[in-house]
Design a protein around this ligand. Sequence first.
Ligand code: GLY
Ligand code: MN
Length: 447
Amino acid sequence: MKQKKDFSIQKTRRKELLDTIKQEHDGIDNSLVMFVAGFENDRTAFWQESSFFYYTGITESATVLTLDFNDKTSLYIPNCGDVREKWIYSPISLTQDNAKQLGVDEVAVLGDQCAGFQLFPFFKAQNYGHIIARLKQLVKDEGTLFTLYPDNEHEYVEQRLVINHLCDFVPELKKHIKDVSPIVASMRRQKDMDEIGKITKAIEIAELAHEAAAQAIQKGMLECEVQASLEYMMVGAESRPSFPSIVATGKNATILHYTQNNAPLQDGQLVVVDIGSVFEGYCSDLTRTYPVSGKFTPRQKELYELVLDVQNYIADLAKPGMYLRSAQHPEQSLHHLAENYFKKYGYEKYFIHGLGHFLGLDVHDVGDISKPLKENDVFTIEPGLYIPEEGIGIRIEDDYWMAKKGCISLSENLPKTVEEIEALAQQNFEDTAAQLPESFNDEDLEH
Ligand code: GLY
Ligand code: MN
């Protein structure tokens, strides 16, 4: 049975976006805001583009949202007829009858009927005919197209390809485009209570997955078997990894985004488990480092406790007004302060990545890390040391919510002292696997 979903938060967000654009830009008559969803492919499960999801709550591919400045909101869907619902699950049918529930004024088709049930980024002009007609009108009326079109190499790649493809059909459109990604980033960066709740659920699932990983770890297991144990917990909780799970033993842990996950665990090694899960679109990202034997060696303990000290030191310092990373303000930059802490012990050259990032609909969420931290930012603090010559990699990562006077750990339930980690690593996987139905059959997690 299809559930009753509420789209009122998205409507409020759209109003705030329009108000901000109105404040920042003159001459917006005849203008449009447009967001384009992502497209499916055969290799990976579809995951809606995050900003599109933030403003619509719609999880279906190849849809388009337009907002005009007379407050008319239109949702365009591929014209696949009845066949689409036979292939693609939608929590709510995207029909004009459901427009009110979806919080939009109109549900319309993008253009002419498609050949199949899907659209692809290099669609034909006629399949997008209705959008193209609106864009031609916008150009004629000297309007502006406010959309996600940043001038860099890495953001909104698929969205920009689609807009460029539309420019093939409406060549003068390019001159009328204004990028709204900075406004969108600053809105998405500030989490409301509903979002904090969802991130917290995503963290709870990752915590259970971590327990399973810790308990599965033992000499002779393959990294992928540990991965299977932890992902079993995620899938059983109606979740999935928020990024490819990292299970890296020994020297493999010195490769930051190691995902090969096929080496056997050996006594005396440390295993970095860096994982996250998703709850209603929101991500968690938690890293722990476990000893294969269930006990740290004195050298491993020394290094592990240094990393943990750095994390605690930074979490105590993190307050509104500090920076995640700012070369201009190194004395208030958490990254630089962490580096200096490692430097006191001569280990700064082994700390080879950024201290943290924002977290939300994306694991590496939008938001400028060189701008001061503010209340309601959610971010990670993840110091690490990577010493290939000793075959040791250590990372400890938790998720934090910035409050008025300092940050609050959202993942404090997950063990991390040497004693706690050793106790956890010495338990059996079956104990945690048996918890799954009880822990995740409760109503809170239904969605
Ligand atoms: N957890 C992976 C990363 O933050 O890059
Ligand atoms: Mn991270």
